[in-house]
Design a protein around this ligand. Structure first.
Ligand code: GDP
Length: 304
């Protein structure tokens, strides 16, 4: 939690501390409620969730009457956690069963536009799974970004996972197919496929991602499609998310670069937008900077 707090420090200052100090004002007049609203909107919580939260806080603060700092903290925590939602299944399908139990590896597609942290996330996730005793094969299906396959292979060597790659500029679907084939042959527990993310044209992306998925499914079902979004891109990220959601059934969101932004509220907005849970968060460039997303811990880190 201490580490999470340090990494979320920018959101903590602007969102968590900001809200607490506003709520602690002696007179909660209209102007203050507007400031509370602005704080939430600035942190990218999104219009509808902001309205809901402000309404709930207004009602509860009224009932409370006088407010101690502890009461305010507890109330804000409860409402933020409720807004994020605790019922969603945030576990990774890929971590649920081993190949031995299922008779085949679980297959995870990692999708998202270039630069959001897809390859890094794939590498970090491999590390988490290997540390958990699972054997992992990596598929470098981002054949369009010149350095992507090298970058992924470096991660693979670091964590002890074989990387399947193809010729530069080659067919991403064929690399993905080969990676899963290799995973089956090796009896690996999980195959993580890093896909290409050029968002030149929506149709191009649709065709390509759709093809990757269809081709991989020749080996069996895809267990998880993780959409990687850069938290610092705010509303832009939401637009991307919508495009991807039209192409593939996303089963989980990875929100990266939460360490570099004051807009931690995007966690709430993105889940609302897609109806898909945030499962993992990226908190830095290092190998250990990927964490499971836990609403309670996240909110605790935010409001200090
Ligand atoms: P891709 O094009 O989507 O595969 O993106 P990369 O994995 O190459 O990442 C792009 C840049 O973002 C790299 O410099 C990464 O180190 C950086 N990055 C990825 N995840 C995080 C994160 O959680 N926090 C920070 N600060 N940087 C990150």
């Amino acid at each position: 939690l201490v580490r999470l707090r340090a990494r979320l420090s920018r959101s903590q200052t602007s969102l968590g501390k900001g809200l607490l100090s506003l709520l602690a004002r002696e007179h909660l007049d209209e102007d203050t409620w507007e400031e509370i609203e602005d704080t939430l909107l600035t942190a990218d919580v999104g219009v509808t969730p902001t309205q809901e939260l402000v309404d709930r806080l207004r009602t509860r603060v009224k009932v409370l009457g006088t407010r101690t700092p502890d009461e305010l903290r507890g109330l804000l925590r409860e409402e933020l956690v409720a807004l994020i939602g605790t019922e969603a299944d945030r576990s990774l399908h890929s971590a649920r069963h081993s190949a031995a139990e299922a008779g085949r590896p679980s297959v995870v597609l990692v999708v998202g536009v270039n630069g959001v942290g897809k390859t890094t996330t794939t590498g970090k996730l491999a590390r988490v799974l290997v540390a958990d005793g699972r054997s992992v094969v990596l598929g470098a299906a981002d054949t369009f970004r010149a350095a992507a396959a090298d970058q992924l292979q470096t991660w693979g060597e670091r964590v002890g996972a074989r990387t399947v790659r193809g010729p530069e500029g080659g067919d991403p679907a064929s690399v993905a197919f080969d990676a899963v084939k290799e995973g089956i042959a090796e009896g690996a527990d999980t195959v993580l496929v890093d896909t290409a993310g050029r968002l030149h044209t929506k149709t191009g992306l649709m065709d390509e991602l759709g093809k990757v998925k269809r081709v991989v499914e020749k080996h069996g079902p895809v267990d998880e499609v993780l959409l990687v979004l850069d938290a610092t891109t705010g509303q832009n990220g939401l637009v991307q998310a919508r495009v991807f959601a039209e192409v593939v059934d996303i089963t989980g969101i990875v929100l990266t670069k939460l360490d570099g932004t004051a807009k931690g509220g995007i966690v709430i907005a993105v889940q609302r937008e897609l109806g898909v849970p945030v499962k993992l968060i990226g908190l830095g460039e290092g190998a250990d900077d990927l964490a499971p997303f836990e609403p309670g811990a996240f909110v605790d880190a935010l409001i200090g």
